[in-house]
Design a protein. Sequence first.
Length: 220
Amino acid sequence: MGLWTYLSRNWADVLLLARDHAVVVLVSVTLGAVVALSLGVATYRRPRARSVVLGVTGTMLTIPSLALYGLLVSLGLGLGWPPVVVALVLYSLLPITRNTITGLLGVDPAITESAQGMGMGRWRRLVRIELPLAWPVILAGIRIATAILVGIAALGAIVNGPGLGDLIFNGLRRLASPAGLPLALTGTVGVAVVGLLLDAVLLGLARLTAPRGVQGGVHG
């Protein structure tokens, strides 16, 4: 059975798996962004705390994903969505936190000093001046995190997680049969397509939301 034959017979199931794959990535990167933005905002003016946060979140990316999934299951998260979401959130923290800190530190001090001179308090400056100017850099970190998570989410199939990894693992287990290769190829290509679509969405969001003065710095 060829790839196109398999797709023509099972396209509805493949679309459902692709949808679940995209959803678990979007949920995880959204939760990760909330945590990472909080960490970045809390530490960007404090060098020691900043180093600790970046060191800890960087360590998360060194943990093999298969080992992390197994550890989360053994800690009582069970199978399915919970261990996959928690793992993906942990893997998303470094790129978003790092870019949040980089973006905030990159804001021209003259702008913040001018806002301070106009009577703006620290939090008002952060919300109205610094975060909007740092947003393109922050969103670039979110794009990087999303690209990482799309691939790692596929490995969640080992803990019965959602998405296209199920096709890949089923195909690899059945490579000796005619259906094995089409299954694995469908899952692999599907993961790549989901990644490209999510990146296109985030790139469009970057272009729509970037402040006018920095829109020229938003690239594909």
